[in-house]
Design a protein around this ligand. Sequence first.
Ligand code: ADP
Length: 658
Amino acid sequence: MSPRARSVRTEIVAGFALLIASFGGVAGYSLVQQQRAVASLRLANEAYLRLTLRIGEAHNTQAQVDAFLERLLDEPDRANVRTWLAAARRTRRVVIQAGASTARAAQPRDLEDRALLRAAAADLDGVDAIWVRDEGLFDELFQALATGERARALDLQRRLYAREVGTEATLASLARAFQRRVRALSDQAERQQTRSLELTLLAVAVACALGLGTTLNARRALQPLAALRDRARAVARGNLAPAPVVARPDEIGELAGEFERMVHAVAARDADLRAANLEIQQAEQHLEQLVASLRSGVMVVHPDGTVATANPSAERLHAERDTRTSNHEHLVGVPYRETLFGRDERLLKAVRAVSQEGAPQAFENIPLGQRTFDVVVVPFVERGEREDRRGALVVADDVTLREQARQRLLQAERLAAIGRMAAHVTHEVRNPLSSMGLNAEMLSDEVQALGDEAREASRLVRAIQREIDRLTHITEEYLRVARLPRPRLEREDLGALVSEAVRFVTPELERSGVEVSLQVPAAAGSVMVDEAQLRQALLNLLRNGREALEGARSVPRRLVVRVGARDRGLEVSVADNGPGIAPEAREHLFELFFTTKDRGTGLGLPLTREIVVAHGGTLRAEDAPPEDGGGARFVLWLPAAEEAPCDRTDEAPTLLDP
Ligand code: ADP
């Protein structure tokens, strides 16, 4: 610590100490003076005044003695006078001895008083001694009177007078001395009183001056505290800019200096905190952007089961939910079980377990709504002021496309094997079937030649021929699927292609009582297609429509075929007013060999989709809108010629290709 020049505390304490000391000193001195004055007065009162009183009494008794002495010679009743005289002499001795005792008993401090009283006691003893000695003379006087010696009695009387005058003078002198001394003591006491008063007044004046000085000094010393207080208030309001320091060589100066150093340190720490905060904010923003841009759905679930945060992907995926899920717009605050991802019981349990100290869990291929997800549930700890909250972080990857591709690959592999087998079997069946057909035809000719007798045989042969035709048709379809070649793409006018396909099937549609409404815009646009394959695909859709209407009660039976532009491509829709797609069939429509018809093969739609996919397009089945009859609608989309790849012949082989 640096040596301090001055200390405010010391200054103030010293000022007050001086004040108290001066007060104490003056009060003490005044007290001493007072006591002296009191002692002087007491001395005057108890010693000198009492002595004066005794001397006065002695003087009076002596006057009586003198009076009796004077009357004695002429007094007829001398015995009575003698008695009074004796009593007066005794009395004055008692008085004078009491006076001597008083003079001796007094113990004044003052030497002068001591000497005076000692001398007075001696004088009084002396007077008493004279009176003792005079007793003999009185006895002689009474004897002379008794014997009638008048001359001697007169002589004795004169001698006694003379002695009385002497003692009287001593007593008078003592009385005067005492009176002088009493006056002197009174004067002294008065002077002391006056001095004491003066001193008290002086002390009050000095104390006032000292108090004023101390107060002013304290005020001057403490003045910078107000500036310091204002500075502290400004700092509390956030003003951390440097300010001039109060330059004082005392504690307040030191305090101001320390305070400014502290403000400087706080300002530095504040700046550090701001910088750190900014970094954290930036990091949070980056993280938020990162999470927001993720294609995966990310959610944080509180331990109480509500969603704490959800990224846009999670909200989008949830928004695509079907009607079984709750209809919350945003996920924050929504119970997890009401979200798309809370629909799966395994995920619900995992979130609960992970929130309660459980280990991370991962799930694959969880079907939720129309999609499939890979989901990871890991602990998520939120740091709180008092305690940490442990929740769960749910990351859901939409693997629908991957799963579909995997399924399709699986199916393709399966189909490729089946296709090869079917092709082989079909190939083996085709030759015997064609020779059977040929033979059946020849047999039919033979039977017809027999005329009416072989009518029954002719009917049976026709039945055999029909079945052979059907089998031939099936084998052809199988071979078509199995041998679906790579498309040879050429630019074609889709409108013209669709119109021609419709025209081609119109006769068979008419036979089935189905009318077609063809809506093709003037310049629908071109697509890059293998004409034969696309025609096959369109014929499949048109025939399916016809077949759906064959058993239907709809009147009139109607197909609506539309061509239009959509999403940088062209769309062909084939809608019917038939019974629509059966709910149980909806999921399996495009599976190989799936059919709900007695004589169906389940090859039409898978083949059609393969053709469309091989052209870079899509095919979907949906309910037809009411204006189109409300039955089934198949929508085929192909990229416009400008958008399509030039040649898809190098693309992956179609599903049935070995
Ligand atoms: P198939 O015609 O041999 O049954 P497809 O693959 O062409 O084979 O059709 C599969 C199934 O799809 C049909 O059996 C039928 O149940 C359903 N389907 C196809 N087209 C329609 C349609 N227009 N209306 C209702 N159901 C249809």
